[in-house]
Design a protein. Sequence first.
Length: 418
Amino acid sequence: MATAELFPALGVTPAAFVVVGMAGFFGSVANAPLSTVIMVSELVGSYELIVPALWVCTLTWLLSRRVVLFSEQVPTAMDAPSGLADMMEGVLERLTVRDATRGRGAALATVLPETPLHELVEIFARSTQSVFPIIEATGRLVGVVDGRQLRKAIGAPSGDALLIANDFQTDAVYVKPDDDLRGAVATMSRTGFDELLVVDEADGGRLLGLLSRREVVAAYHHTMLHHQLSGAETGRSPGSGASSAPLPAAAAAAPEGLYAAVKRGGIYTRVAGDTPSAVLADMLDRAALTPGGGTDRLLTLLLQREALSSTAIGGGVAIPHPHTAELGDFAFGTVIIGLPRHPVAWGAPDGAPVHTVCILLSPSGDAHLSLLGELARALSDERLHHLLEHRASRRKILDRLHALTAAAADPFPGGPAD
């Protein structure tokens, strides 16, 4: 305005500066230079100042990118709470049941209609499934046993000897491999099941496996993480090439099970010591485990557990195991097998000296109970017990453990595969 008053011959129009200044101010604080130029031009009813307005908006945007008018403005639309539900539904619609269950390694536990209750309880105890498909001898799927009903029946006075799988049978709720995950989640919510059967209708209704709510969540998070990583890579967009890579059902983890735990811990022969403390000390020294604060701390924890009650289970076997709360440094279950030079008195219930010691180290209560149960079942195997008692080679012992672990992972060989 001062220029227009002092130099009228220049023909400067103050209104033009007002319009351009308004566009520059709003374009900078809103972090939206292009839309601001169009909006201001529409407000004044003319596009004559679009070039200077564009220059000013671009300059102010570059100079004030860290300053925003809206203090709670999110970086992208994906981060906006109002769009979260739509975004989740969009992702789940693009993923299929096949994507979520790809790479599932665990075998599917099934039962026959005539399976008695005590066998159902055993299967339920050693499986992570919440539903168990009922398959006739002909291979036809007739329904499922709901783990919730089975849990209620355990310990209830209901004539256990008379109950069979057929008494717990409910209709099978299933999805197909090419169904989208949004529909699968809706089915879970409607029926109350956390696991759905996966059935191939094109192959005569063949049972392929299970889809769990956990696998749906894992597939969703894997997809979102992949897009974030793809967008962060130089020269690549979130939707490029690698986005079609196979989706694992869950994050990769170290192999679990008794065989893997023994491989981590090791098998040691001719262990020195005439007392439990001496035997445990020699085993820990030879295993040379780095987590858990060193061998001295582990030995103290093991001896504290022995002071509560002997860990000898009879038959010449002891399973020393400290409290899991003290083993946070162990990422995975570990079993150390020691074969003492001479049998050692261990306070066993049958009074027999111990010829085999299995130290069990596990990071969590669930993993501890699972590994302890698997170890106890393996030690009840006559062939493995014979190999340990007669000091067979490490290779033979490991081979037998591998066979037992494989059998435990697939309690129904020859049944429906995933």
